[in-house]
Design a protein around this ligand. Structure first.
Ligand code: ATP
Ligand code: ZN
Length: 202
């Protein structure tokens, strides 16, 4: 018999962390069948529902206790600054948040960013970094295709995720500095609920 209130874990629906997150859950012995479209997948052998969400929304669902657990990149977690606990680092989804500049740029070090424009989808992490370094730069928040901002003259530099550096290179950008090393983490909601232990102990 299924419990009335199954635990819930939020994972990315379609993206780089989707498959590795489901693989991780399977490695814990959980059995389930996803169909690629459903928003919720129940587990067959444990009282747990898997919620398939946009990664950016996962910290919100978990901090508001709609989901008991979530799997998300540290980059998203720190950008959203949500009140959740990290249970463990999962060893996949590795990437770096870097500040990149055109390969012919006069910007050679972080101090040279003073007065320049930086396009990013991570305005919060970037502004904290710049504040710590005492650099005043204009942060231009955009959601996608950040790497083309310098060539379109929207910005002088970018702050974006990279794994291999290939996309930076293709866009004639070089990394000036890494401001965050990130991987996928298992997070839990701030409020304890007895049943949560059963999942953590899997
Ligand atoms: P969604 O539609 O869920 O919002 P998305 O486009 O924001 O998806 P993805 O590109 O699928 O997200 O990346 C998901 C996560 O994978 C990132 O937040 C990051 O933690 C990790 N990641 C690993 N390598 C990279 C990379 N090279 N570029 C971007 N993200 C990466
Ligand atoms: Zn996203």
């Amino acid at each position: 018999m299924k419990a009335v209130n199954p635990l819930r874990i939020a994972v990315q629906s379609h993206g780089r962390l989707s498959e590795p997150s489901l693989e991780y859950l399977r490695s814990l012995g959980l059995k389930f069948k996803t169909n690629g479209r459903a928003l919720i997948t129940p587990c067959d052998n444990f009282s747990l529902d898997i919620l398939h969400l946009r990664d950016d929304d996962i910290p919100e669902y978990v901090s508001r206790e709609v989901a008991d657990f979530g799997i998300v990149g540290e980059n998203v977690l720190y950008e959203k600054n949500s009140r959740v606990n990290i249970i463990k680092r999962l060893g996949f989804g590795f990437c770096s948040l870097v500040i990149g500049v055109p390969d012919d740029s006069s910007i050679q070090e972080v101090a040279d960013l003073e007065g320049e424009r930086i396009a990013t989808s991570y305005p919060r992490i970037l502004s904290e970094y710049l504040k710590e370094k005492g650099v005043n730069a204009a942060i231009i928040p955009i959601e996608g295709s950040v790497e083309i901002a310098p060539s379109l003259n929207l910005a002088d530099a970018i702050c974006d995720l990279t794994q291999t550096g290939k996309t930076l290179k293709e866009n004639h950008l070089v990394s000036l500095v890494t401001i965050l090393q990130s991987q996928a983490v298992l997070i839990e909601s701030p409020v304890s609920r007895g049943e949560k232990k059963e999942f953590i102990l899997l």
